[in-house]
Write a protein that binds this ligand. Structure first.
Ligand code: SF4
Ligand code: ZN
Length: 295
């Protein structure tokens, strides 16, 4: 894995080194077919917009493939509305078609309304948001006719999730994650993570050197998330021991490989309420929405 360790590169060479890193990752994990329609999950933040710009560039080398963008509007006032505008601006600049879905249209509630209804503190806003957004992306991916959904999870996100799975006592999830989810035939649009070996700071720097406009303010609900604490801890460790994030990532990959075959495959059914794939009778999103209606 090529590391970017602050070596002195000009803007052009730095941008090319990140693009090359993404190409190598895509090839290593065989993420795409030459004729795929790739839907990039674009939130309006630096990571997803850097990924959109890079994939739109790479796609030009594969005339049979195409790139589009899917955006989920969770309904977070003063935050997501601006991000959606920035995402649309970037799509227009790149000539990329954008499909937007909102929590309000899919689930009757905006994220702000959900937070207003769930002040008991049993689940954090991010716990709701993560489940509902995952389903929304799948719906948007199908609506856009995509073969793959590319998300901008960076190496930082991957190792944070690794630690969160351990912290939550759910280590088997480690085996079920990865740069490419083999779920194409299950009702899920297959997901890939071309940024899984790109550091968050590299993705941010890419956006700066390429003059990509992105939303800089954080989500108002992110402070409550445990992920935020893990993120700060890992950043502190990396500052003190440079290269540690790569070491953790490599360990995570080895653990995942070692766990493969030991974890039972989940047989997916169809949610009785919405028809989306699920392991139970109802999908997690429908269970949450039912709970919201009852509060
Ligand atoms: Fe959703 Fe949490 Fe991210 Fe905000 S920080 S957009 S609530 S997952
Ligand atoms: Zn459902």
């Amino acid at each position: 894995m090529r590391q970017y360790s602050g070596e002195k590169l000009c803007r052009k060479c730095f941008a090319e080194s990140i693009e090359e890193k993404v190409r190598v990752t895509i090839g290593k994990y065989k993420m795409f077919e030459v004729d795929d329609k790739i839907a990039v999950a674009v939130s309006g933040g630096k990571d997803s917009l850097s990924l959109l710009h890079i994939l739109a560039r790479i796609e030009k080398d594969f005339p049979k493939s195409s790139t589009c963008a899917i955006t989920v509007d969770e309904g977070i006032s003063g935050y997501r509305d601006e991000a959606v505008r920035i995402a649309a601006k970037n799509c227009a600049r790149l000539g990329v078609e954008q499909t937007t879905v909102s929590f309000k249209e899919l689930y009757e509630y905006t994220m702000d309304e959900i937070v207003g209804k769930t002040q008991d503190g049993k689940l954090t806003p991010c716990a709701y948001c993560g489940v509902l957004r995952r389903k929304a992306l799948n719906i948007a991916g199908r609506k856009a006719g995509a073969d793959k959904i590319a998300t901008a999870h960076t190496l930082d996100d991957e190792i944070q999730t690794f630690f969160l799975n351990v912290i939550h006592g759910d280590p088997l999830r480690i085996a079920r994650s990865g740069p490419k989810y083999d779920q194409a035939e299950t009702g899920f649009v297959q997901r890939v993570k071309p940024f899984c070996e790109v550091l968050e700071r590299e993705s941010a720097l890419y956006a700066y050197v390429k003059d990509i406009p992105f939303q800089e303010i954080p989500c108002p609900y992110s402070r409550e998330a445990l992920r935020n604490d893990v993120r700060h801890t890992l950043n502190r460790l990396e500052r003190k021991h440079p290269g540690m994030k790569y070491t953790i990532y490599s360990s995570m990959v080895k653990i995942r490989e070692a766990m493969k075959g030991t974890v039972e495959e989940i047989t997916l059914k169809t949610c009785e309420d919405c028809g989306e794939p699920t392991a139970g009778t109802l999908c997690q999103a429908c269970i949450m929405v039912r709970g919201l209606r009852d509060t």
